[in-house]
Design a protein around this ligand. Structure first.
Ligand SMILES: *Cc1c(COP(=O)(O)O)cnc(C)c1O
Length: 555
């Protein structure tokens, strides 16, 4: 390859390009894939550096009693990716570990964004070192350091081996990639300023405990002299914080929504943290029937999704409704194949699907079962999906309870929990439901992107005001509904929970259900158009333009 310059080398621990490549765990990887797709569409000279995880996203099977099994998704990188001849070495615990790479190409309109999957599962390595790229987020802290060294240090060396020329910005998608700065320091005579001018960083984690922090003794043992003498000045006095390292060696740091920017600035006082609100890749997440509607009435939307904002009000009501009903039928057919209940296309459908973790409060809607029965009484059907972590028994019990409730509440509201949430299933869900429900604890959802995927399909969000929905609802309150007060009005966690649950029932009873069944359909359809309109903003083309302007323009 000749001396090819890059605007951005985008480093990410995970990427979720397809359901068949389980090299991701959740939203972070899905976002990385969407941003890279937009780079390809917009012909941005970009390359992505990630890791070829043997085991990332797990396959979930749910038994009739609600207990679950999680299995590794078997996949063969050689069947999807191209093995590259280049290898590099990274020194770990004094051993020279060989790192290879696989190539995946995202091609759009003749422009290619290469995605390099780094891999230590090579003959040259010891059996232990071959395991470094086995389990995404698996293993102990020493393993995590090895993995992050392969990504950061190995990644920079791989770019050199691939003979890339000038690289405008090394982008760290979350702190996992921050060791890339150590390699750049070594290349640039340990000048912080020289490294800082080439780096940018996105933080994704609004909770302190979610940030990687390593003991200096351990880090030195694993990384040896890759750790520079002044590490404590740049990565923290007490321990090596990947977030501090990334922030202190970046000329630009951002959070992933405006509220997350505020939360991050509070969490890291004195740091300069901007915000670029996430988006989703519009053509990837729009269902086929909506795509064909947009092709007819929103000409140009594929190249420029902001067209949707200007054209959505002109969509003919019947066409929009028909396009939605088609997506709904596809989802309900999928559900009905998997349950002995019959979900029907004329019943208001609410879907709530995401990783099962406490802060997302997946059971909020079941806080008061009597109230739920009274409100829903035969007029609502609910679809859930989402994986728990295999070593998190509490979240697995949440799923079990939700499965069991589908039996006890059967006469009042149909509920089905679809097993094995993944991007393909997400596509069906975000397009085929009528309402997308999200109930995170305020200030805990950095952005969230599934609600944006719902919007582009004319599906209405019903969500607590957190992450992106503060901005979405703020731009157009007709595009859905909010649950509970604004993020600023924070009280005690249990108290908040009660208030939000009560407000959820109220919204459902007095807003959502009447609008769906008893008012003119035009009103609902008007909201659907407004939801599609939001996609003019919450797409990754806008994100990439914003990144180019704020993060990827070297100073
Ligand atoms: C979009 C998506 C996510 C992220 O959605 P959230 O809004 O953060 O819940 C996670 N997993 C899959 C499979 C997705 O498609």
């Amino acid at each position: 390859m000749p001396d090819k310059p890059l605007t951005v080398a985008y480093f990410t621990m995970e990427i979720g390009l397809t359901s068949s490549m389980p090299t991701f765990a959740g939203g972070l990887g899905i976002l990385a894939a969407d941003i890279m797709r937009s780079c390809a569409d917009l012909a941005v000279p970009a390359a992505c550096i990630t890791v070829c995880w043997q085991h990332g996203y797990l396959h979930q099977h749910i038994h009739a009693d609600g207990t679950q099994e999680y299995e590794n998704t078997p996949w063969d990188p050689a069947s999807v990716l191209k093995r590259l001849p280049e290898t590099v070495k990274v020194s770990l615990e004094g051993r020279e570990v060989t790192v290879g790479a696989w190539l995946y190409e995202i091609v759009s309109n003749g422009h290619t964004v290469p995605v390099y999957f780094l891999d230590t599962n090579l003959q040259e390595n010891t059996p232990e070192d071959r395991e470094i790229t086995s389990f995404l987020y698996g293993g102990d802290l020493a393993m995590r350091i090895r993995q992050e060294a392969v990504l950061g240090i190995g990644g920079v060396r791989m770019l050199r081996a691939l003979k890339y020329g000038e690289i405008g910005t090394y982008h760290m998608n979350e702190g996992h990639a921050a060791f890339l700065t150590l390699e750049l320091l070594k290349e640039r005579e340990y000048s912080d300023g020289n490294v800082r001018k080439s780096c940018a960083f996105t933080t994704h984690t609004p909770v302190k405990a979610g940030h990687d922090v390593f003991d200096y003794g351990l880090a030195s043992r694993v990384l040896g002299d890759a750790i520079p003498w002044h590490i404590k000045k740049i990565a923290g006095e007490d321990a090596l914080s990947m977030t501090h390292l990334a922030m202190h060696l970046s000329r630009y740091t951002c959070a992933v929504s405006r509220i997350h920017g505020q939360v991050s600035r509070r969490m890291f006082p004195g740091e300069s943290i901007d915000a670029i609100t996430n988006g989703v890749h519009h053509t990837t997440w729009t269902c086929p029937s909506m795509q064909s509607l947009f092709d007819r009435y929103a000409s140009g939307w594929r190249n420029d999704p902001s067209v949707l904002e200007r054209t959505c009000r002109e969509f003919p009501d019947d066409d929009l409704w028909e396009a939605h009903q088609e997506a709904k039928k596809a989802l309900l057919a999928y559900v009905n194949e998997r349950t002995d209940q019959t979900f029907d296309v004329d019943t208001l459908t609410i879907a709530s699907a995401r990783r099962v973790v406490p802060y997302k409060r997946p059971e909020l809607l079941y806080t008061n079962l009597e109230r739920l029965k009274e409100v829903c009484g035969g007029r609502v059907q609910i679809i859930h999906s989402g994986n728990a972590h295999p070593s998190d028994p509490f979240s697995q019990e949440v799923i079990q309870r939700m499965v069991q409730r589908s039996r006890t509440l059967h006469d009042f509201v149909k509920i089905h929990y679809i097993e094995n949430y993944n991007p393909d299933l997400a596509k069906l869900l975000v397009a085929g439901t009528d309402v997308w429900l999200n109930t995170p604890t305020r200030l805990h959802e950095a952005s969230g992107t599934s609600g944006m995927k719902a919007c582009v399909n004319g599906v209405l969000n019903l969500s607590t005001l957190d992450g992106w929905w503060i901005e979405g609802y703020g731009r157009d309150p007709e595009a859905g509904w909010r649950i509970g007060p604004l993020a600023e009005a924070l009280g005690d966690a249990e108290e908040d929970r009660k208030v939000d649950a009560e407000d959820f029932y109220t919204q459902l009873q007095y807003e959502v259900i009447p609008e769906y069944y008893y008012q003119e359909r035009r009103r609902w359809i008007r909201r659907m158009k407004r939801a599609v309109g939001l996609m003019g903003y919450f797409n990754t083309h806008r994100c990439v333009h914003e990144y180019l302007r704020k993060a990827w323009t070297p100073s």
